[in-house]
Structure formats: structure tokens, C-alpha cells
Design a protein around this ligand. Structure first.
Ligand code: NAD
Length: 466
């Protein structure tokens, strides 16, 4: 059976609505996508006028701006961007960030074009979005997704700035920009780091099965990852840094495996220099991309595409926990099959929310036109220096210079971003667990997350009298 992303999101949505006992008319209004725009535009490339097709879906503008990534991939469909936009509405509501939900996509095979050509195509796409108010700091703020990154975001921001040179907030029209172009330190890694924080929140909680995970730590756990792009490679790095073994990684062309643990940094470097994880000298064996699901592990992280885990491969999976780093990586059937085996799933809505959380920090930073902590930094430094000197005088001990400098200098932007992200993830996880606990029947983390998000959007609709 082919995977239908929209059906799958709708099925989860309806299940949560049933548990909430929400008015069906209100539930329907929240569920449907407000509007989806299709743009078809031409770009002169290699002496020919090439036509490209792009989409931007606005699922819900109950709060503006609406937020959601732009993906570049060869075969994007309206259904796909609408389902992703729905997830964005729910994700922002779940993590309590003041954005509605949107998503966009451009049908393009990145490897067909040079960087200079991709820049021209991206700028034309941005111009089409600008014309329709689908790119604006106060209305619609895209971010990176599959096939896009800081470079594309810089082109988009610059395109907006050129046409809105009187808009003082122009930089805030898109997030995920390079730091030198108004970005925030830590946004590129944020989704992968959020995946790690979400997993750690689960491992440290009382809801975890202690027979499966005796210690509340990543150390020694075997982790398998599908997709070694932005999200998958950064998640791998954070798990490995914390002592987990990344035993297998599957990408679009091949799977690499090393039961002793792959060297994540070396694998990233190999991918960067060769364009593929194939031929990596630090792997014991290689296989087909789909083989990754048959590798036994403690934690399985699908971080590539939607519909990756289905009834066809779910029975090969031998893991104790699935963490959905990608959006919609498994079908409802596969989730049921895993639940029957007692395998919990940390759902996409929560697990990959790190990207939008840090995007929010970037947007706020752009609107503030000021570095975080700029106002109080100097004063805090002098207070901390005085406090340390007093402590030294009273205890008659001298502090180590490094410690003194660290205390006095205070946190860097990256440290602030990471701690803000961890705090949001932990608070959200707590809300999910409380919702599960408050419910009379057993509900999955996904159902609890959908319930929190839908109830929050419904509340907003009712307060606004919509
Ligand atoms: P990316 O383009 O950087 O990486 C995707 C990776 O998946 C690539 O390495 C690609 O080769 C690999 N891949 C593609 N098809 C595959 C297949 N069939 N089997 C195995 N690997 C395959 O994209 P990304 O930004 O890392 O996004 C990955 C997922 O995470 C997507 O579902 C995206 O929507 C979601 N997500 C991304 C962000 C973000 O900040 N980038 C935020 C939230 C959610």
C-alpha cells in the first residue's frame, strides 16, 4: 500500500480529537489547510527557459507570522506540503511558540544545477512568494528543511531585503540564515540537538521501561540512524559525544555499519568530500539503504523522509525506542505494530521541534536588533567579578583563571540557545507526560502531543470568537 502523508496526519488528528471530545465543526476547521499556493515560474538557464513548480501551504494563521520550512526535492506534492504545514501548526502549539503553521517546497533536483544556478532559481522562487505575501517577517517566515540550508536562507533574505528596503525588520523574513547574515549561533544543529534532548528527557523520566534502559543516560546505547543530512548527522554527533555508539547509518544510496560505533566526525568529513557515505573506511560492512532498519539497536532514529517505516519493514525492526527526527517517518500501521511489541515512539511533533524553537529565538533576535544579553552583559560581568573577589577574600582561596574568565564572561550566544532549547524540550516533555497521566486510558506520546496542540489551537479560536 502506498503511503499517504495527509491521511496519516489526519488519522492521528482525528484520534486526538476523539479523545478530547472537541466540537466536530471546530475540529474540522482546525484540521483543514487554509490555503495552498502553487507558483510556476521560468528561469533562463543554459540558454533555455526552464519552468519550475513551487508550493507554499498556509495551514493555520490563527497566530501570525506562520512558520515552516522550505524543502527542495524533485517530487514534491501539494498533499505533502499541506501535511507538513499541519504538523507545523501543531508543533508550534505543542512547544508553545507564537507562530501559525506553514510549509513550502520547490520541485528541483539540487544536483542538476550549479550553486550559481540554484541561487538564481531560489531568488526567483522567493520573488514569487514575496508577490503573494508568502514571505514577510510579520506574516510568513520560512526556514530550512530537506535540501535547503543557511545558503538558501541567505539568498531568500537578501531577495526580500532588495524589494523591501524600507522594512527595518527585513532580516526576520526567514530563519536559519548564516550567522554573518543575521542568523543565530546553533540554528544549523538545533533540530539534531533537539532530537538528542527529547530522547534524554524520555530516558531520564519515570515513564521509561527500566528493563530496556537501566540507566538514564545515552552512554553505551546502540543508535541506528536513517538519513545523514542536517538532522541525522547532528543528532548522531550529540549521541556519540555523550557516549552512545552509532552502529549504523543509512543514506539515500547505501548503509554503513560498525557495531563498535562509527566515527561520526570522520563520516561527516567523508560525506562532505565525496558526496556519499559509500566507501567510508571506518565501516565494517555496507548494504542497501533499507537494510538499516534490520540492524538491532537500542534507539532507532529515522531522520530522512516521510513514510520510511511501513508494514513492509516494521517487522524487521529490532529496537527498544524509535525517535522520529524526520517528519512523518512512519505509517499509523507501523506505529501500532511497534506498540504491540511495547516499543515507544517519540513523535515527530515533539522530537524534531528543536528547529522551530531555535528559529523562534533567531526571529526574536532579528526583531530586537540586538544581541541576546547585550544590555546587561557588562553589568553582569562586573557584578560577577566583584562576587568572585569577595569569595576569594573570605575563603582565602584563589580561583583558577579559566574558571574566573568563564564565570565573568557569561554564556555565549550558542550556550544561551542550547539552554533555551533544552528548557523548551524538557517543559514540553513534561506536558506530554502529564497529559498521558491525566488521561483515563493509556494514550501514546503522539496522541498526547496532538491533544495538547489541538486543545491550544482550539482555545485560541474560541478566545478570538472564530
Ligand atoms: P537533508 O536534506 O539535510 O537530509 C536528508 C538526508 O536523507 C540526506 O542525507 C539524504 O541523502 C537522505 N535520504 C534521502 N532519501 C533517503 C532514503 N530513502 N533513505 C535514507 N536516506 C535518505 O534534510 P534534513 O533537513 O536533515 O531533514 C530530514 C528530515 O527532518 C525531514 O523529514 C525534514 O522535514 C525534517 N526536519 C528538518 C528540520 C531542519 O531544521 N532541517 C526541522 C524539522 C524537521
Amino acid at each position: 500500500m502506498t503511503f499517504n502523508f495527509t491521511d496519516s496526519v489526519n488519522q492521528y488528528f482525528d484520534g486526538a480529537v476523539e479523545q478530547l471530545g472537541l466540537d466536530p465543526y471546530l475540529a474540522h476547521k482546525i484540521k483543514v489547510c487554509n490555503a495552498t499556493y502553487t507558483v510556476k515560474f521560468g528561469v533562463q538557464l543554459r540558454g533555455k527557459l526552464k519552468t519550475f513548480v513551487g508550493y507554499r501551504a498556509v495551514h493555520s494563521d490563527h497566530i501570525e507570522p506562520v512558520k515552516g520550512g522550505i524543502r527542495f526535492a524533485p517530487h514534491i506534492t501539494v498533499e505533502e506540503v499541506e501535511a507538513l504545514a499541519t504538523l507545523m501548526t501543531l508543533k508550534c502549539a505543542l512547544v508553545d511558540i507564537p507562530f501559525g503553521g506553514s510549509k513550502g517546497g520547490l520541485c528541483i533536483n539540487n544536483s542538476d544545477w550549479t550553486q550559481e544556478e540554484r541561487e538564481r532559481i531560489t531568488r526567483r522562487f522567493a520573488a514569487e512568494l514575496i508577490k503573494r505575501n508568502l514571505l514577510s517577517p510579520s506574516q510568513n517566515v520560512p526556514a530550512p528543511d530537506m535540501g535547503t540550508g543557511p545558503l538558501e536562507m541567505a539568498w531568500i533574505a537578501d531577495q526580500y531585503r532588495r524589494t523591501h528596503n524600507n522594512d527595518i525588520n527585513a532580516m526576520a523574513c526567514v530563519t536559519g540564515k548564516p550567522i554573518s547574515h543575521g542568523g543565530i549561533d546553533g540554528r544549523t544543529e538545533a533540530t539534531g540537538l533537539g532530537v538528542y534532548f527529547a530522547t534524554m528527557a524520555f530516558l531520564r523520566s519515570e515513564v521509561v521501561n527500566r528493563q530496556d534502559f537501566p540507566a538514564p543516560a545515552a552512554r553505551g546505547l546502540a543508535v541506528v540512524i536513517q538519513g545523514f543530512g542536517n538532522v541525522g548527522s547532528h543528532a548522531a554527533k550529540y549521541f556519540a559525544n555523550d557516549g552512545a555508539r552509532i552502529t549504523a547509518v543509512g543514506d539515500h544510496d547505501i548503509m554503513v555499519r560498525n557495531d563498535a560505533g562509527l566515527d561520526v566526525g570522520a563520516l561527516q568529513a567523508h560525506l562532505k568530500s565525496t558526496g556519499s557515505i559509500a566507501g567510508f573506511v571506518g565501516a565494517e560492512s555496507f548494504g542497501q539503504p533499507a537494510d538499516v532498519f534490520a540492524v538491532p539497536c537500542d534507539i532507532l532514529i529515522p531522520a530522512a523522509i516521510e513514510g520510511a517505516i511501513t508494514e513492509e519493514n516494521v517487522y524487521q525492526i529490532n529496537t527498544k525506542l524509535v525517535v522520529e527526527a524526520a517528519n512523518g517517518p512512519m505509517t499509523p500501521f507501523a506505529e501500532m505494530a511497534l506498540a504491540a511489541k511495547g516499543v515507544p515512539v517519540i513523535p515527530d511533533l515533539f522530537a524534531n521541534s528543536g528547529g522551530v524553537i531555535v528559529s523562534y529565538f533567531e526571529w526574536v533576535k532579528n526583531l530586537a536588533h540586538m544581541r541576546f544579553g547585550q544590555l546587561q552583559r557588562r553589568r553582569e560581568q562586573s557584578l560577577t567579578s566583584r562576587l568572585l573577589s569577595e569569595l576569594e577574600r573570605h575563603t582565602r582561596t584563589g580561583f583558577d583563571d579559566n574558571f574566573r574568565d568563564q564565570m565573568r564572561d557569561g554564556p555565549t550566544e550558542r550556550r544561551l540557545v542550547e539552554s533555551g532549547l533544552e528548557d523548551s524540550i524538557n517543559a514540553t516533555f513534561q506536558r506530554i507526560v502529564e497529559r498521558q497521566r491525566a488521561h483515563s486510558t493509556t494514550i501514546s506520546m503522539r496522541t498526547a502531543a496532538y491533544m495538547i496542540a489541538i486543545a491550544s489551537v482550539a482555545d485560541r479560536y474560541q478566545t478570538m470568537g472564530l
